[in-house]
Structures are given as C-alpha cells and as structure tokens.
Design a protein around this ligand. Structure first.
Ligand code: 13P
Ligand code: 13P
Ligand code: MG
Ligand code: MG
Length: 370
C-alpha cells in the first residue's frame, strides 16, 4: 500500500467582522469542493476548519507531498472561496492569494502548507494545530517542549522507544537554508537558534535511525511560509499550522497538549505588530476579538484509518486548559497596558515589514545630525 499523506493547506480568503471569523458560507463552499474530490477519488478524506479568519483544508490522500493535483485542488478551492468572499464583500477577501496564476504548487503564492507522508501504523493518532494572529515561529516553543524537554514529555525518560531523542530540521527563513540537529546531544545549539523564532523555525521533526519508526518519515511538520517575503510588504500574518503524529514511540497526545499549558509570548497580534500570549481554545472560540486577538490556537485530534479521518476531537475543549486561559488573559492585560511601547509592540526591525515605515517617511528630512 502506498504511503499516506496528510496535507493541511490554509489561506485567509476573507472574513466577517474584520479579521475575526470565516463565515459558514465559505466553510460550506470549501466542503463542497473537497467532497467532489473524494467522489472523484483524488483524495481519501478531508475536514474543513477555521482558525479565526483562516480557512483550513485538512486533506488525506496518497499523492505524496507537493503534489500538483492536491495543491491545485486547494488553490482552486481558495480561489472559489475568495470569489464568494468578494461577492459577499467580506473583509480582506482574497487576502492570502498573492499571485493570480497557479503553477504546480501553492508555495510562494500565499497559502500556508504543512504536509507529511508516512507509513500508516497499526494505530495512528494525529494532532493538528491551527493558529491565528501569529507566525510560524510560534510553534518553536511547544514543538521543542514536546520532542526535547523531559519535564514536558515523560516518554523521553521512561519509554525506551523515545529515549534516544529526535532530529530537528530547522529553517533559517531569512537566508533560505536549513540544518538538521540532534536532540538531546545538540540541545543547547538547537535552542540558540530556535529562541530567535522570527528567523529560525522548526520545519520538521524526525525519529532517530535504528528506532521503531522509519528515520526518513517525519513525525511533525509546521508551515513556514512568510507572507511579506512573497508580497514584499505586510499583507496579513503568516498564521501557522502544524501536524503531529502521536503515541507508540512518539509523544503521547497528552504530552503534546501539555506543551500548550504555558501561554508563551508570540508575535502577530493586531496589525501583525504586537506580542501577546497564545490562548489555547475550543473550536467555538476560534475567533479573534480583543485587539484582534489574543493570538490563539485550536487542536484537532484524529485517528487515521487507511487514510480516513476518525474525528475531530476538540482537544482544547477541556477545563484542564482553563487555568492556562486565565493566565493568558492576565498576560494579555499586562501586555496591553504597554500600548505602543515595546515589548508589546514588535521591535523596530520587525516593524520594517509593517506600515510603520510609511508613517515615518514624512520625518526623514527633519532629522539633524548630532
Ligand atoms: P493507555 O494505557 O490508556 O493506553 O495510556 C498510555 C499512555 O501513554 C498515556 O499517556
Ligand atoms: P490576519 O493575518 O489574521 O488576517 O490578521 C491581520 C491583522 O493584522 C489583524 O489585526
Ligand atoms: Mg485576515
Ligand atoms: Mg488570520
């Protein structure tokens, strides 16, 4: 049997009440497109979600990563959805569709992509994370905790199948290069890079050679598209997604979710220009309201069955995350009181990609040498 591929392809095609929510009309339209693709046997299964104003297409198939047919399906779905959004005069209609023509792959055209191809195990639990109002580097902290921190993941200590650790594939998104690093051996070097989450982003995690799982099949993948690099200016944030496989030689679902019990600070809130905590929420609260935020994350749990998706389970719909949410709101309150001051507002260098330089143009001749 060919390997299975899980693709999560997403774009902001327009939303209702500013940047808050993908309306049901758009979700239904996308579901219709993907249903046709199941009927024509192009794909095995799908689910459509919204992370705030981002339309998320979760697709299973056997075409591998970077398949022209699958990317074409996602692109055509986004184009139809964006046309509908324009008709409905939704906010930011077509926001993330930055190019007019599809040329084989959605990468570089605006949408975000996380894709993973693997041999489906006897039991294959999956956790899919979808964030709004933040950036791909927002996953560095939890992914590191999940696959490298024994205080988060007990399995690193007590499961012989995980005891040797994992390989991290880290992308330098400014210089367009990547490096593979081993944990725990190179843990401090890994942290030296990924602590700079605006530049070094964990793209994939692999098992080590000689273990229970094939070392060439990723166990986690994160979308790393940077919109301003495609558009040349700020056009919305690169709200990221991630797919993680769980259990039996990998972190347990509960270990994966535990990494989100600390509402760490990320950038991307309000006009893509502010830092704030990640709020883990149930699907029904996946809409950004206060100061267009705070940045939030939903988690969908599945079992795969020959490519069919059993689920989703709304994993953050649990009082066990109530304390985290309260903590996040305390941090929200604290950060908001800084108003336009750093570190609530992003550091100056990162504001280069926003509209701020346009505001400062008029001052450029008024500066005198000192
Ligand atoms: P079960 O015994 O319920 O399968 O749980 C195993 C486990 O790893 C839970 O974290
Ligand atoms: P999105 O990237 O989610 O569209 O948000 C844009 C924004 O700046 C909201 O304040
Ligand atoms: Mg938007
Ligand atoms: Mg968004």
């Amino acid at each position: 049997m060919a390997k299975i591929t899980v693709s999560l392809i997403k774009a902001d095609v327009g939303s209702v009440a500013g940047h808050s929510l993908v309306p049901q009309e758009i979700i239904s339209l996308a579901e219709g497109c993907l249903k046709e693709a199941v009927e024509s046997k192009l794909i095995i299964d799908f689910r459509v979600f919204n992370a705030g104003d981002d339309l998320e297409l979760l697709i299973t198939h056997r075409k591998g990563v970077d398949s022209e047919e699958i990317h074409g399906l996602a692109w055509n779905t986004f184009v139809k959805a964006a046309n509908k959004a324009k008709e409905m005069k939704l906010y930011g209609a077509g926001q993330d569709l930055l190019k007019d023509a599809f040329s084989g792959n959605v990468r570089g055209l605006g949408p975000g992509v996380a894709e993973i191809e693997f041999t489906e195990r006897r039991s294959e639990p999956l956790v899919v994370f979808m964030m709004d109002k933040t950036e791909p580097g927002a996953f560095n902290f939890p992914i590191f905790k999940i696959f490298a921190d024994p205080f988060n993941t007990a399995g690193l200590v007590i499961d012989p199948a995980m005891h040797s650790g994992f390989i991290f594939e880290i992308w330098d998104i400014k210089e367009h290069r990547r490096v593979f690093m081993a944990s725990p051996e190179e843990m401090y070097d890994i942290l030296a890079l990924i602590g700079s989450k605006g530049r070094f982003v964990i793209k994939r995690v692999y098992p080590k050679k000689g273990g229970k799982l094939p070392a060439d099949e990723p166990v986690a993948v994160v979308s790393t598209e940077k919109l301003y690099e495609v558009a040349g200016e700020y056009v919305g944030k690169d709200d990221p997604v991630a797919i993680l496989r769980a259990q039996a030689g990998l972190p347990a679902v509960g270990e994966i979710l535990e990494a989100f019990s600390f509402p760490h600070l990320v950038s991307g809130w309000m006009r893509g220009s502010h830092n704030g905590p990640v709020l883990p929420v149930p699907f029904r609260y996946s809409k950004c309201t206060r100061f267009d935020g705070p940045p939030r994350c939903i988690a969908a749990g599945f079992q795969l069955c020959d490519g069919k998706l059993i689920g989703p389970v709304d994993l953050f719909d649990d009082p066990a995350f109530e304390y985290t949410r309260m903590k996040a709101m305390e941090i929200t309150e604290y950060m908001r009181r800084h108003g336009p001051f750093e570190p609530h507002r992003l550091p100056h260098e990162e504001m280069e990609y926003t509209t701020l330089p346009k505001v400062l143009v008029k001052l450029k001749d008024r500066f005198e040498k000192i």
